[in-house]
Design a binder for this molecule. Structure first.
Ligand SMILES: [Fe+2]
Ligand SMILES: [Fe+2]
Length: 217
């Protein structure tokens, strides 16, 4: 494990500690607050690479820009699903405001100077998201959290979800998205290539992969 890896992992454990302390097993609320943070890195990185392409007046950045912006959009959709499951209280709303103000600026500066470490950190964040959605799923499957019907928005969004889909089905799709983000960010950090074995394909991810104009640019 090199220094960049240690730093990325350390940052993740630091944030995980606070998430565990604050939310404990309130996974619906945890998902709402953490998805507001998860939507930041893809937008910051996509914006920065877009600006880089403008400055350098160079092609070749298009696929990465589109992939990062689609990741941000996908995370925003996760937020829209979970907001129907758990309504944040005033303390959580205040936390979301502060987290966005701090994390957007922090991640931007970090990304400008250490993009690979920043992608690695997001890779570790996403791995934590996968494990936290797995714990959420276990509570639903064991009956400790009611397996309510999935929000209509999620049913419309995921090809894998039908009209009778439940919360557990939606959490599986969201978890598959997080695994996709984890793999993609590891690739962008210069680590291993993507694993394409994810179980669900979301509309957001599908649109990231498709390129209607056929141009890469
Ligand atoms: Fe997410
Ligand atoms: Fe994610």
């Amino acid at each position: 494990m090199d220094l960049s890896d240690k730093f990325a992992r350390g940052q993740t454990l630091f944030f995980r500690f606070f998430a565990d302390a604050f939310f404990a097993k309130r996974y619906g609320h945890r998902a709402v607050v953490l998805e507001t943070v998860a939507g930041v890195p893809g937008m910051v990185a996509g914006m920065w690479i877009h600006l880089k392409s403008l400055r350098q007046m160079k092609t070749g950045y298009g696929p990465m820009i589109r992939e990062l912006l689609a990741e941000a959009e996908n995370e925003r959709m996760h937020l829209m699903f979970f907001i129907e499951i758990a309504k944040p209280n005033w303390l959580e709303r205040a936390l979301i405001l502060c987290a966005q103000a701090v994390f957007w600026n922090y991640y931007f500066i970090f990304y400008v100077f250490f993009p690979k470490t920043a992608h690695k950190m997001v890779h570790y964040f996403e791995e934590e998201a996968v494990s936290s959605y797995t714990s959420y799923l276990q509570l639903i499957e064991s009956g400790q959290i009611e397996d309510v019907p999935a929000p209509q928005l999620a049913i419309d969004y995921y090809e894998a979800l039908g009209p009778g889909a439940r919360l557990s089905d939606m959490v599986r799709c969201v978890r598959a998205d997080e695994q996709t983000h984890s793999n993609a960010n590891l690739r962008m950090a210069g680590g291993q290539a993507d694993d394409v074995s994810s179980e669900a394909t979301s509309a957001g991810q599908a649109s990231a992969d498709s390129n209607p104009t056929g141009l890469q640019a």
